[in-house]
Design a protein around this ligand. Structure first.
Ligand SMILES: [Zn+2]
Length: 463
């Protein structure tokens, strides 16, 4: 029985989807004006695992992750770069797709772009004005009137007064109260704009997600996710608009992912303490980064450090190492010893997607597998197949084993050069030129490459 921590009730709840065996899930995606950093990667990988596990449990999942391609930061960056907004966002959507592929995330079922939904956003704003929930401010921008929505603050668990006192909202004279948020922003000269009853302008960020999620998934839908920083005000503001306009619940389960921190500070663009996914993948194997991101529970903050990545590398080496030299048939072998690990793995994942515990089950499985190689060879194939099957739910152990050991981001020698040297050594051995063969072996060792000869094959790995 799957249990999910709902940020709205602040407790774990039994997951009951709206339609049996189907899950509708929306995750606030990326504002595309720069490369994504490791904090973004964590959010994407966390929801990728949730998506994969729901499918593994047999749910038909409709996973929507939006792209914010209109925003003040985008406009500013495009002007700085002297390029069109479209050229800028296209470039970074491509970079995002590349990053997500490298991290092994499944493509969402839909990736709507905000700019494709502007007329529908205008319709929503008209509805809110008609209901007395929104107004045109003195400068022509349209605002949501938070005092008119009685449940405002329910997700943040604070009333209006406490929210106003606690948040650093700028006093803008055009607004009635400081927490009122912009729904439609009038465009300035040289800014991109769309027509509306209030003049040429662009939608506010909080409006985008309401429109894209409910049009793609219906209202209510099952799961809405995002980073912890989106809980307030972004998600609170989404609820106010959706429930205010349509007078029915918006979302059943709110899920929020913890930050990646560096020295106990949130990794963020504004603090300039971030590492981009591009940078990190130059130094570390793709799956090592993915493993690192799953090593903490998705709700807890996690520290980014060299030691943590090294730990992820050696842990993943152990998982792959257990599969070395085993030829696995495609036909799955049923086996009770192996099956018991699946039960334990699912218990961990059913408990609010507890990946650290799920990973510890994989390590227990590896210990059993390694022991059985000597003591119970009959179980070995079934255990190895189960290891691969469960790791795949986390998006791990997806590479052929030898490929994994042969890729090394900071190696001193490329794989094709190694293959060429091994071929030279093979000819030397065939000619019984042992001195030459040994020389090649030493040459490889100096570059950190170990070779092993079996019957008539030579395998290699970086040390
Ligand atoms: Zn959003």
């Amino acid at each position: 029985m799957l249990v999910i921590y709902n940020s709205k009730s602040k407790q774990k709840e039994i997951f009951k989807p709206i339609r049996a065996n189907e899950v509708t899930m929306y995750v606030c995606g990326i504002t595309v004006y720069d490369y994504c950093h490791i904090g973004h990667a964590r959010l994407m990988v966390a929801f990728d695992v949730i998506n994969r596990y729901l499918r593994y449990c047999g749910y038909k999942v409709n996973y929507v992750r939006n792209i914010t391609d209109i925003d003040d930061k985008i406009i500013k960056r495009a002007l700085e770069n002297k390029e069109s907004m479209h050229a800028l966002t296209t470039r970074f959507i491509n970079a995002l797709t590349e990053d997500m592929q490298a991290l092994g995330t499944l493509t969402p079922d839909s990736e709507p772009k905000a700019t494709d939904y502007v007329p529908q956003m205008v319709t929503l704003i008209e509805t809110l004005i008609a209901k007395g929930l929104a107004y045109v401010g003195t400068t022509g921008d349209v605002y949501f009137d938070v005092t008119q929505f009685k449940n405002y603050g329910k997700l943040a668990h604070k009333d209006l007064e406490a929210l106003e006192a606690g948040s650093r909202v700028a006093i803008v004279e055009a607004k009635k109260t400081p927490l009122d948020f912009v729904l439609w922003k009038m465009s300035k000269e040289n800014e991109p704009y769309w027509p509306s009853p209030w003049g040429n302008g662009r939608p506010g960020w909080h409006t985008e997600c309401v429109v894209m999620s409910s049009l793609e998934l219906g209202q209510p839908f099952d799961i809405h996710g995002g980073g912890n920083d989106l809980k307030f005000p972004h998600h609170e503001n989404e609820i106010a608009q959706a429930e205010g306009a349509y007078e029915k619940p918006f979302v059943n389960y709110w899920m929020h992912v913890g930050f990646v921190e560096i020295n106990k500070e949130k990794m963020s663009k504004s603090l300039n303490n971030f590492f981009t996914i591009h940078e990190v993948l130059r130094e570390w194997k793709n799956e090592v980064v993915r493993y690192f991101l799953l090593y903490g529970h998705y709700r807890s903050p996690m520290d980014y450090s060299l030691e943590a990545l090294e730990g992820a590398q050696s842990a993943l080496d152990r998982l792959y190492g257990a599969l070395r030299g085993l030829a696995l048939p495609t036909e799955i072998i049923e086996n009770d010893v192996a099956k018991a690990y699946e039960t334990r793995f699912m218990e961990a994942m059913d408990d609010d997607f507890n990946t650290p515990v799920a990973l510890s089950v994989l390590f227990d499985l590896v210990r059993e597998l390694n022991r059985n190689k000597i003591e119970e060879p009959d179980n070995v194939i079934a255990l190895a197949q189960m290891l691969k099957k469960l790791a795949a739910v986390l998006g791990l152990l997806t590479e052929p084993v030898e490929n994994y050991f042969q890729q090394d981001a900071h190696s001193a020698i490329a794989a094709n050069e190694i293959e060429a040297l091994i071929a030279t050594r093979r000819s030397a051995r065939a000619e019984k030129n042992w001195a030459k063969a040994d020389e090649v072996r030493q040459q490889l060792a100096q570059k950190g490459v170990m070779i092993e000869d079996s019957d008539n094959e030579t395998t290699w790995r970086y040390q």
